[in-house]
Unconditional design. Sequence first.
Length: 115
Amino acid sequence: MSGRQSAEAFLDIVIGILTVQSRDMYSLIDPGSTLSYVTPYVAMEFGIEPEQLNEPFSVSSPVGESIMAARVYRDCVVTVRGKETIVDLIELGIVDFDVIMGMYWLYSCFSKLDC
């Protein structure tokens, strides 16, 4: 089962298209993730120079792999229904989604989750 298929099996996530830096991105909104991530393949189109993290860290994937996160794209604009929010996106070598949006971003949007 691919990462995308395993993600679709969970009921507490949302998969769809978000506009990030004026580009439509295939997105996973994951309340189980604290931070938000972007694949380097689309991040290079942002026109933003990534910043090295002071302390790189390891992120566990749903299939049990560990991926190192060492760079962040600050102040990326995410547009939802005409409203803009700002998010820091951590570069992560993911292939199934362009971005993974976590709880810090959801909180900044004043989102409510009905569990």
